[in-house]
Ligand binder design. Structure first.
Ligand code: HPA
Length: 269
């Protein structure tokens, strides 16, 4: 039996209905999973093939149930490459989501604002990403049953879903930004020189997640919507050091807006 099948066989019998939407909840954004009705909660450590998340602010469990009338599976906490996991472990939950029946995923993260017109607390729709990790989760033999050897990335973040999200934001009076997410390995934050370089390359926000998950999602032909919470201005923009505490504080402040936006989007999916 494949390692994917083992995980799916563990999860599926616990569910009354298969999820169609996957939510990947980033630093400080896991609260969305607390809104899920009649949740089935499965700690990652219980699921065959899953590793455990180590970052503060990441709980480390799957929460499955109804949100806005949709059957969702939420990752409350994700895996990062900088934690020392293999990339195949980082993307394993995305593979499992597909096997569970998911067709669309909403990925969220906390990110530093590179674009100087952004402010901490802004929400940004990810229009596209730049993979600056130097890694790719698809390296190695391709499993043709999962997807093609050379997946197309020309519309990694679904245009339709972005239009839908913009409509919901407008209705809710949220000033939603749209920009390019640059994914780096971390865990050190960037230097001011690196941020200037990333700005010249076309980046609007920078973070340490999302890119591997989205590559694997596209490999399996999932539709992707990405939302960044600009938790801080990137290094060198303001006269202050960066800290994970600031990231957590800002995500706490925009929590209500973030919840409303994602729930509004789910209602229309
Ligand atoms: N840089 C990288 N990752 C981040 C940042 C940042 O400034 N803020 C939140 N995640």
């Amino acid at each position: 039996m494949s390692k994917f099948q083992e995980a799916v066989d563990y999860i599926l019998p616990k569910l009354t209905e298969k999820p169609t939407i996957g939510l990947v909840l980033g630093s400080g954004l896991g609260v969305l999973a607390d809104e899920i009705e009649n949740p089935t909660v499965i700690p990652y450590g219980e699921i065959p093939g899953f590793t455990a998340s180590t970052v503060v602010g990441h709980k480390g469990q799957l929460v499955i149930g109804k949100l806005q009338g949709k059957q969702v599976v939420a990752m409350q906490g994700r895996f990062h490459f900088y934690e020392g996991h293999d990339l195949s472990d980082v993307v394993f939950p995305i593979r499992i989501m597909k096997f569970l029946g998911v067709e669309t995923i909403i990925v969220t993260n906390a990110a530093g604002g590179i674009n100087e017109s952004y402010r901490p607390g802004d929400l940004m729709l990810i229009q596209d990403h730049i993979n600056m990790t130097g890694r790719n989760p698809l390296i190695g033999p391709n499993d043709d049953t999962l997807g093609t050897r050379f997946p197309d990335m020309s519309e990694a973040y679904s245009k339709n879903l972005r239009e839908l999200a913009k409509g919901v934001a407008a209705e809710q009076g949220i000033h939603l930004r749209e920009g390019i997410y640059v994914g780096l390995l971390g865990p050190s934050y960037e230097t001011p020189a690196e941020i200037r370089m990333l700005r010249m390359l076309g980046g609007d926000a920078v973070g340490m997640s999302t890119v591997p998950e989205v590559i694997v999602a596209k490999h399996m032909q999932l539709q992707v919507l990405g939302i960044s919470c600009i938790s801080n201005m990137a290094a060198g923009i303001l006269e202050q050091p960066l800290s994970h505490e600031e990231v957590m504080e800002t995500t706490e402040k925009v929590k209500a807006q973030f919840l409303a936006l994602v729930q509004g989007i789910l209602a229309k999916l």
